[in-house]
Design a protein around this ligand. Structure first.
Ligand code: ADP
Length: 268
């Protein structure tokens, strides 16, 4: 059973926040009120004595606003240029907002080749350890400015699971625009039912995400389930919850039955 006790001993928390949870649905531009509410909750979680690592999207959305564009560019080099502008502005916003609550942030940009290079991987592990030791909240994103297909994660769900594994986290939280995993896509099926707990991510679970044959996806629920596989395999529990729900992070830690909890099997 998932209750408050489940969360009491979870001390190292990785929180991934999706673009949709940080932007205006109408314009796609960054939503300062969504960002502020998110930062406030993370600051409070840190104040409760936990270590927090944030994996954030939103660099392109911020870049689009900063450059006064009406939409995301299509070409890769233009998108990366927008990301370069946006990442800097996004960090400035995080720094400003976290500073209001007396917290220091550090920027960590990652590309996927990290996983295959033992030396780089160990270096990243040590850097995260040092940041946490300094009481910093690491803010992680894919290095969009240089990442090309071969070295990109492609989505921050996968990135957050890798980060959780690198730092040996206790819990991975994916904040999305949806309450959790439903037995079928609720945007297409109004009668879909929210699943509260998953103990094994098997083909029947992937089928709920609308992808019965392949596990390849570009966002949506499939990448969240893939992230769940990586996290659970590393012995890390994961929860998907809705960022729109007021005080969602606090409510998770109070043991309220919200979201979908993916329980890892104990490592042998
Ligand atoms: P984010 O931007 O927060 O990472 P995504 O939009 O990528 O979120 O993924 C969430 C979306 O996945 C939902 O809005 C929904 O449209 C889709 N989806 C597909 N199948 C399911 C399902 N079984 N349960 C919940 N959401 C689903």
């Amino acid at each position: 059973m998932i209750d408050k006790a489940t969360f009491d001993n979870k001390k190292r928390i990785i929180i991934k926040v999706g673009s949709s949870s940080l932007t205006h649905t109408t314009t796609g531009h960054i939503s300062l009120s969504k960002l502020e509410q998110f930062v406030r909750q993370v600051a409070d979680l840190k104040n409760s004595g936990r270590e927090v690592i944030v994996v954030t999207s939103g660099a392109i959305a911020v870049g689009v606003s900063a450059l006064h564009l009406d939409k995301r560019p299509i070409k890769l080099d233009d998108t990366q240029a927008v990301a370069a502008v946006g990442q800097a502005s996004l960090m400035m916003l995080y720094q400003k907002l976290f500073r209001e609550y007396n917290h220091v942030v550090g920027q960590v940009l990652i590309t996927k080749d990290l996983i295959d290079h033992e030396e780089r991987k160990q270096n990243a592990i040590r850097t995260f350890a040092s940041l946490l030791n300094y009481n910093v909240i690491p803010i992680v994103n894919e290095n969009d400015t240089v990442a090309t297909e071969e070295i990109e994660f492609g989505d921050n769900d996968s990135l957050s699971a890798i980060v959780a594994e690198l730092v040996r986290g206790d819990l991975l939280i994916l904040l999305s625009d949806i309450d959790g995993l439903y037995d079928k896509n609720p945007k297409l099926h109004p009668d879909a039912v929210l699943i509260h707990e998953i103990t094994t991510i098997d083909d029947s679970v992937f089928a709920m995400a609308g992808d019965t044959h392949s596990k390849i996806g570009t966002g949506g629920m499939v990448t969240k389930l893939l992230a769940g596989e990586v996290a659970n395999k590393a012995g890390i529990d994961m929860i998907i919850a809705n960022s729109v729900m007021p005080q969602v992070i606090n409510r998770i830690f109070s043991g309220e039955q919200i979201g979908t909890y993916f329980k890892a099997k104990p490592l042998v």
